[in-house]
Design a protein. Structure first.
Lengths: 645, 191
C-alpha cells in the first residue's frame, strides 16, 4: 500500500470568507448586538455601570476606554495577529488577558474592527469560538495567556477536535529565552495540544507570524476541518516586523504535506453507483461532513433521484429538513427505533461524512448485519477505522454527491413503495410512543421533551439551538424538529458538559439575525454559568432554557438501568436560579407545569438581550429508547419499570 | 407487517469483521517527513495515542534538504497497520507513507555488541566474529566491541552466538529499509 499526498487538489472555497489575499471590508463595530440608543440598551448599560462600580460619571463601557489618541508606532507581532484574524473575515474573538499576551491587549485599541469578547474563563472562550464556527462556517478564534490560560482552553480545543470544528486557538508563551526554565506561568502547551489538534505551532520570531497564522487558518478550515493551536512567545508579540501576509497560493505551496483529496475516485464512484442500483433496502447515513461541505442541496438531489431515505447522526442534524418525505430520523444510542431498525435490516448503507462512532453503531459485530457499506469521507483514516466497508470513497461530500448523482438511474418512490411504506409504518409506530405517553406527562410533571418541542414550535424552528451534554442533548436532538443546516449545535464527540451557554454566545455573535437558545441541564449549566456575566457585559442575546431536574440526569439513568439503582453522586443541588440570574442582571422566569411553558418561552423571546427560563422538570425522566454501551442497535431498551417514563 | 418480512430472506450473516482483529505480523513503514522540530514527537505521540506499538524507529536525513526519512517497524494486522499509515498521513509534516512489508527490499540494521573477553577465550572469540562477518571496532584487555550489520535475523543469530562469552552492552539501530529496483520514494514525491 502506498499513499502519496496528491498535488492537484485545491483547497475548498472559503465558505463565505474573504479570500486571504483580499483586504477584509471594514466592519461596523457591534453590528450584531442590540442597537445602541434603545431603552433596553440604556437600562443594561446603567446596570452594568452600577455593577462595575463606575458610577454615573463613567462615560462609556470599559471596552471603549482604549480609544485614546496614540502616537504613531512601529508594527509589532501583536498587530500581525490582529491583521491575520481580520484578513480571514473573522471580526470577533474570545479571550482573557494575562501577563504574556498583554502586548496584544496593548494594540487591540488600534484595531477597532476586531471585536474582543472578554470571557470569564478561557474554556468559555474556546467553546464560544467553537459555537461561532459551527453557526457561521468560518474559523472561530480564541486566545489565552500562557500556563493556566492555555490549559483552560484545552477542553474547548479537544471539543473542536473531536467534532472537526475549524478553530484557531492562540496562546501567549513566556519569552523565548525563558522557555524550558519553568518560568512563571510556563507550561509546555504545545506538548499538551499536540495530540488534540490538527496541527500546532510555536512561534518565536514575529517575522514568521504572518505565514504561520495564514497556514493555521488554511489548515483549520480545509479538508476535514479541525482546531489549530498557535503558541506565540511574548517577545515575538513585541518584536517589530515588516513581514507581509502571504497569499493563499503561497500558503498552499508552503504546505507540501497538506493536500486534501476532494474528488472521489472515478472507479469507486462507478462501483458505488452499481451498488446503489442493485440495492433493495438502501439507507443514507448523513453526517457532519454534509454540513461542513455545504452539501445539503446535493444530498437532497441524490436522495430524491434515488428515493432513498435519509437517516442522520447527532452532528448530521440539519443536513436535511426533517419535514421532507425522505427525512427518516436520528440514529444511534438514543436515536429513533425506526431508524435503527431500518439500518439493521438495510442491504446497503450509503454513509456520507460520518465516522461510525460507537454511539452510532453499538457493537460493531452485530451492526447492520445484512448491509454492504459505501463510505464517503474526506479523511482517508476514517475509512475502515471502525467498520470494514465494501466501497470506500475519499472525497468532499459535496463533490462526491455531485459526481455520483448523474451516475445513478432515477428510481421513483413508486418503485420502492413496499419498502418506503414499511419504513413509514415503523416511523408512525415509534414516534407515537414519544413524550405523549410518558409517565411524567401523566403525573402532571414537566416533561423535558415537551418543553423542547414547544421551544422548537414557538421559535418556528428558525432559531439556533445549542445543546449541553446528557439527557437535554438527546431530548433536543429528538424532539425539536430541525429545518435548516447549522441550527443544531452540540458537543457530540467529546461530550463536553458546560458547552451550551458559551457556545451559544459564539453562535449569537456569529449569526446576529437568528434567535439563539442554549438548552442546558442543571449540571452542565453550573459548569460554565460564569459566562452569564459575559452575556450581560457584551449584551449577547442568548436565551437559556435551563432544564433543572436536580439530577445529573443521564448519570442517574445509567445508574438506574445499568448499575442497579445505585444512585451515587447523581443528585445535584443547585442555587435559586432566579436569584442567580438576577444577580447577573439576566431577566429570568420559572416554569414548573406544562401550562406555564409557552408563556415562559415567550417571556424570554420578548427580552431584548439575554434571558433565562428555569424549567423545573420531572426528576426521574429517562431518555428512551436507549442502547446500552456494548450492545447492538437491535438491543434497544424502550421502557424501564419504576421510572416515571 | 411481520418481523419475518422486514429482513431479507437470507440466512443470518456471520458477525461483521472488526477492523484490527486479523492475524498479526511485523510490518515496515517508510515515511518521508519534513525535517522540522517536533516531527519525531508528533509521530511517536500519534502511535502511542492510537494504540500502535512501535518495535523500532530509525530516523535520518535524506539526500533532499529539509526532508527526513523514518523507517518504522511495528506489529499488527494488515488493517491496523494501514490505519496507522493513514493516521501518519494526517500529520501535516508527513509527506509520504509506504508500507513495504510485502515488497522486495534491502533490510538492514547495525548493531554494536560489547563482549566480555579474557586471555583464555579471546582467540576463539575473534575467530567467531570473523566467521560471522563482524568487525572489531574496539579492543581492550577485558572486552571487545563488535560491529555487525545485516537483517534483524542475522543480528539475532550473532547475538545468540556470542552470548556464552558474556554480553556487557548491546545497541541496535533498528532496521532501515529500501525497496529493491530502480523505483524511488523520493523521486515519487517530486512527481
Amino acid at each position: 500500500m502506498t499513499m502519496t499526498k496528491g498535488d492537484s487538489a485545491k483547497p475548498p472555497g472559503p465558505g463565505g470568507e474573504a479570500a486571504a489575499g483580499e483586504t477584509a471590508p471594514a466592519r461596523v463595530r457591534r453590528s450584531h448586538v442590540p442597537a445602541d440608543g434603545t431603552e433596553h440598551a440604556a437600562a443594561v448599560e446603567r446596570a452594568q455601570r452600577e455593577m462595575l462600580h463606575e458610577g454615573a460619571a463613567a462615560a462609556s463601557l470599559p471596552v471603549d476606554a482604549t480609544a485614546k489618541a496614540r502616537a504613531p508606532r512601529p508594527r509589532i507581532g501583536a498587530d500581525v495577529v490582529c491583521e491575520a484574524v481580520l484578513r480571514q473575515g473573522v471580526d470577533v474573538f474570545f479571550s482573557y488577558p494575562g501577563g504574556v499576551v498583554l502586548p496584544l491587549y496593548d494594540v487591540l485599541g488600534d484595531h477597532p474592527e476586531l471585536r474582543h469578547i472578554l470571557v470569564r474563563h478561557e474554556q468559555g472562550g474556546a467553546h464560544a469560538a467553537d459555537g461561532y464556527a459551527r453557526a457561521t462556517g468560518k474559523v472561530g478564534v480564541c486566545m489565552g495567556t500562557s500556563g493556566p490560560g492555555a490549559t483552560n482552553l484545552v477542553t474547548g480545543i479537544a471539543t473542536a477536535q473531536l467534532d472537526s470544528i475549524p478553530m484557531v486557538a492562540i496562546t501567549g508563551n513566556v519569552p523565548a529565552a525563558l522557555i524550558g526554565k519553568d518560568a512563571f506561568q510556563e507550561i509546555d502547551i504545545n506538548g499538551i495540544t499536540l495530540p488534540m489538534t490538527k496541527h500546532n505551532y510555536l512561534v518565536r520570531d514575529a517575522n514568521d507570524l504572518p505565514r504561520v497564522l495564514a497556514e493555521a487558518f488554511h489548515i483549520a478550515r480545509s479538508g476535514r476541518p479541525g482546531p489549530v493551536h498557535v503558541d506565540i512567545t511574548k517577545d515575538a508579540l513585541q518584536q517589530e516586523t515588516n513581514a507581509g501576509h502571504p497569499t493563499e497560493s503561497e500558503v498552499i505551496a508552503g504546505l507540501p504535506g497538506f493536500r486534501p483529496n476532494l474528488d472521489g475516485h472515478f472507479r469507486q464512484l462507478k462501483t458505488a453507483a452499481a451498488e446503489i442500483m442493485a440495492a433493495q433496502r438502501p439507507v443514507i447515513l448523513a453526517g457532519h461532513g454534509i454540513l461542513h461541505a455545504h452539501a445539503e442541496a446535493e444530498l437532497l438531489a441524490f436522495a430524491e433521484k434515488t428515493s432513498i431515505p435519509i437517516a442522520w447522526t447527532l452532528l448530521g442534524i440539519g443536513a436535511v429538513d426533517e419535514t421532507h418525505p425522505l427525512a427518516f430520523g436520528y440514529m444511534g444510542m438514543h436515536g429513533w427505533k425506526h431508524v435503527n431498525r431500518a439500518i439493521q435490516s438495510a442491504d446497503l448503507l450509503i454513509a456520507i461524512g460520518m465516522r461510525f462512532d460507537d454511539r452510532v453503531t453499538g457493537n460493531v459485530r452485530t451492526y447492520a448485519p445484512y448491509a454492504r457499506i459505501i463510505h464517503v469521507d474526506i479523511d482517508p483514516a476514517e475509512i475502515g477505522k471502525n467498520v470494514a466497508v465494501e466501497v470506500p470513497i475519499v472525497g468532499d461530500a459535496r463533490r462526491v454527491l455531485k459526481a455520483l448523482t448523474p451516475m445513478v438511474e432515477a428510481t421513483p418512490m413508486e418503485a420502492r413503495r413496499d419498502y418506503l411504506d414499511q419504513l413509514t409504518g415503523w416511523k408512525k409506530e415509534s414516534t407515537a410512543s414519544s413524550w405523549h405517553g410518558s409517565g411524567a406527562w401523566r403525573d402532571g410533571l414537566l416533561s423535558a421533551d415537551y418543553v423542547v418541542e414547544r421551544i422548537g414550535e414557538l421559535t418556528d424552528h428558525e432559531a439556533i439551538y445549542v445543546a449541553d451534554v446528557g439527557q437535554n442533548q438527546m431530548w433536543l436532538a429528538r424532539y425539536t424538529g430541525f429545518r435548516h443546516p447549522n441550527t443544531h449545535i452540540s458537543s457530540g464527540g467529546l461530550g463536553t458538559m458546560g458547552f451550551s451557554v458559551p457556545a451559544a454566545m459564539g453562535a449569537a455573535l456569529g449569526v446576529p439575525g437568528r434567535q439563539v437558545w442554549a438548552i442546558a441541564g442543571d449540571g452542565g449549566f453550573q459548569m460554565t454559568s460564569q459566562e452569564l456575566m459575559t452575556l450581560v457585559q457584551d449584551r449577547i442575546p442568548v436565551k437559556i432554557a435551563l432544564f433543572d431536574n436536580k439530577k445529573l440526569g443521564m448519570i442517574r439513568q445509567w445508574q438506574e438501568i445499568i448499575y442497579g439503582g445505585n444512585y451515587h453522586s447523581s443528585h445535584l443541588m443547585g442555587p435559586d436560579f432566579l436569584k442567580l440570574a438576577e444577580a447577573y442582571g439576566v431577566p429570568a422566569i420559572k416554569a414548573t407545569t406544562p401550562a406555564e411553558v409557552d408563556d415562559a418561552i415567550r417571556f424570554a423571546q420578548g427580552v431584548d438581550g439575554p434571558a433565562l427560563v428555569w424549567f423545573q422538570i420531572a426528576g426521574e425522566q429517562n431518555v428512551f429508547p436507549m442502547m446500552p454501551a456494548g450492545k447492538g442497535l437491535s438491543d434497544l431498551i424502550e421502557t424501564w419499570g419504576g421510572s416515571e417514563e | 407487517m411481520s418481523e419475518e418480512t422486514t429482513i431479507p430472506t437470507r440466512a443470518a450473516p456471520p458477525p461483521r469483521a472488526v477492523p484490527g482483529t486479523g492475524a498479526v505480523r511485523v510490518h515496515r513503514l517508510v515515511a518521508l517527513v519534513l525535517d522540522k522540530p517536533g516531527v519525531l514527537n508528533r509521530v511517536a505521540s500519534l502511535m502511542r495515542a492510537r494504540n500502535f506499538n512501535i518495535d523500532s524507529l530509525a530516523v535520518s536525513r535524506t539526500d533532499q534538504e529539509g526532508l527526513s526519512r523514518m523507517t518504522i517497524t511495528l506489529h499488527g494486522d494488515d488493517v491496523a497497520v494501514e490505519q496507522a499509515a493513514k493516521q501518519l498521513y494526517r500529520l501535516i509534516d508527513v509527506l509520504k507513507v509506504q508500507d513495504v512489508t510485502s515488497d522486495p527490499t534491502v533490510d538492514h540494521e547495525l548493531a554494536l555488541v560489547k563482549i566480555r573477553a579474557t586471555d583464555a577465550n579471546r582467540g576463539e572469540l575473534l575467530k567467531v566474529i570473523e566467521l560471522s562477518k563482524g568487525r572489531v571496532v574496539d579492543l581492550t584487555a577485558e572486552s571487545v566491541i563488535v560491529e555487525v550489520s545485516g537483517t534483524e535475523g542475522e543480528t539475532d543469530a550473532f547475538v545468540a552466538l556470542v552470548r556464552i562469552y558474556g554480553i556487557k552492552e548491546l545497541v541496535r539501530t533498528g532496521a532501515v529499509v529500501m525497496s529493491r529496483g530502480s523505483g524511488s520514494i523520493e523521486e515519487a514525491l517530486k512527481r
